[in-house]
Design a protein around this ligand. Structure first.
Ligand code: DWN
Ligand code: SAH
Ligand code: ZN
Length: 409
């Protein structure tokens, strides 16, 4: 009998389709002196709801274990992502924020990469960000931040203090929140009837198409589709009125919800719903096949790394991503196979990767003595990183990729 759990959206039965086994917190980069007997692990497994088709984790990790003062991820670490968010901010300013004294709220504003533009434009805004360290970085940029988790009570307090919002925005945050009913009740309470809730998250369609299984880790609880989002919205008095596919983070969708009946859904919604139905995206057979491909990638990658080790090659990794915790822990990639991971984030450097304890070093260490191979954990930033590290290639170095399959380039 496959393992089951209860859907966090509709309450129906969720049936497991893949088990990644024992996994650590993906963003818990401990110092080498940490007592690793105390390292947190949980069972990472993913399932499909037979009712609303929402794909979700089988087990929930307590939110305070993940999002706290020392949460290390800084959104501004990629130039490409900075441009992405600045572009979105300008678009919102030109479309949804044109009324008198508009008000925009961002959930999970992180280091203020998007709201900085609102602050500079003099637009009334508020970031809701539970991770204190990154919230402080946003505040230092002139962004108004409230250090808390967004949920129904927070939303009501904000509405009482600041009035209702024209736009509520969330990037790579909504999929992090299992208590969805509370969040969407909050959105309803905080949004003007004419307002919109815009959010963008990794798209299940891209994850399945590219077998980008490393999008599945503790922080990513939900894996949305147009179909599951439409149903989730409808259960909470909201309506899916637009979708837009995005190239970032390996493929995302930006969803726009409005209070039910307030806006006419775009043709793009109907088109994506049709594509999903035709491809059988959220069907058990499709997801089982995805799981099979994950095991192929796992075996190919471990096989390749062992062979390179036997040949005496120097192999390191690039980008200490949260995603890569799933890869290293599923494949058993420890320092004997990959000697270090380089990363620009100061809060990760001098520490070790979750569960597998590979040292995290600066990109200078990488450049000081180029390895033969670099395993690209930040594959979603491949263009940006390969361009900046052209000298590695020039020195004869090769990149190893594992999405959509294991290859050397
Ligand atoms: O959803 C989430 C996304 C938005 O960010 C969070 N749950 C956690 C985090 O996931 P991630 O760590 O997998 O995201 P990235 O953006 O793939 O992380 C890139 C990593 O690589 C960062 O640690 C920064 C680093 N990096 C680098 O060293 N040199 C990135 C670039 C672009 C570089 O040039
Ligand atoms: N929006 C940024 C950050 C994504 S990382 C980007 O796209 O790059 C996810 C963020 O969500 C973290 O900063 C985390 O602290 C925040 N978060 C987690 N739960 C939240 C909640 N309930 N309300 C608001 N933010 C939350
Ligand atoms: Zn459901």
């Amino acid at each position: 009998m496959p393992s089951t759990s209860q859907c966090r959206v509709c309450g129906d039965q969720v049936t497991e389709f893949f088990d990644f086994g024992r996994q650590p917190l993906s963003d818990a980069f401990h110092t080498p002196g940490f007592d690793f007997e105390k390292e947190f692990f949980f069972r990472l497994a993913v399932g499909l709801c037979q009712g609303c088709t929402m794909v979700q984790l089988m087990e929930e990790v307590p939110r305070d274990n993940m999002f706290h003062e020392e949460y290390p991820y800084h959104s501004s670490g990629s130039a490409y992502m900075r441009e992405h968010f600045e572009g979105l901010a300008k678009r919102l300013l030109a479309t949804e924020l044109t009324a008198d004294d508009p008000f925009v709220v961002e959930l999970g504003c992180n280091d203020g990469v998007m709201l900085k533009v609102m602050a500079e434009s003099g637009v009334r805004h508020l970031g809701v960000e539970p991770s204190g360290g990154v919230a402080d970085v946003a505040a230092a940029k002139g962004v108004r931040v409230r250090k808390s988790f967004f949920e129904e009570s927070t939303a009501k307090e904000i509405a009482a203090e600041d009035g209702r919002a024209d736009v509520i925005y969330a990037a790579n945050t909504l999929c992090h929140i299992p208590y969805m009913e509370s969040v969407l009740s909050g959105v309803r309470a905080l949004l003007k009837p004419t307002g919109v809730f815009v959010f963008e998250d990794p798209y299940l369609g891209d994850i399945v198409e590219r077998t980008s299984f490393d999008q599945i880790y503790d922080e990513h609880f939900f894996f949305f589709t147009a179909r599951s989002v439409r149903e989730m919205a409808a259960r909470n008095g909201l309506e899916l009125v637009d979708v837009e596919r995005l190239p970032v983070h390996g493929g995302e969708v930006r969803y726009t919800l409005a209070p039910a009946g307030e806006r006419t859904p775009s043709q793009a919604v109907a088109d994506l719903l049709r594509d999903e139905a035709e491809s059988g995206l959220a069907e058990p057979a499709t997801l089982q096949e995805f799981g099979r491909k994950v095991t192929v990638i796992r075996d190919d990658l471990t096989g390749l790394l062992r062979r390179l080790k036997d040949e005496g090659k120097k192999v390191v990794a690039y980008g200490a991503t949260a995603k890569s915790a799933t890869v290293t822990n599923l494949c058993g990639i420890t320092p004997d196979l990959v000697s270090f991971v380089c990363d620009t984030t100061p809060a990760k450097q001098g520490r070790v990767t979750p569960g597998t304890h590979i040292p995290v070093v600066t990109p200078d260490t990488f450049a000081a003595d180029y390895p033969d191979y670099a395993l690209l954990f930040a594959w979603n930033h491949a263009d940006e990183i390969m361009a900046k590290e052209q000298a590695f290639r020039d020195a004869g170095g090769k990149w190893i990729l594992y999405v959509p399959d294991v290859r050397i380039v």
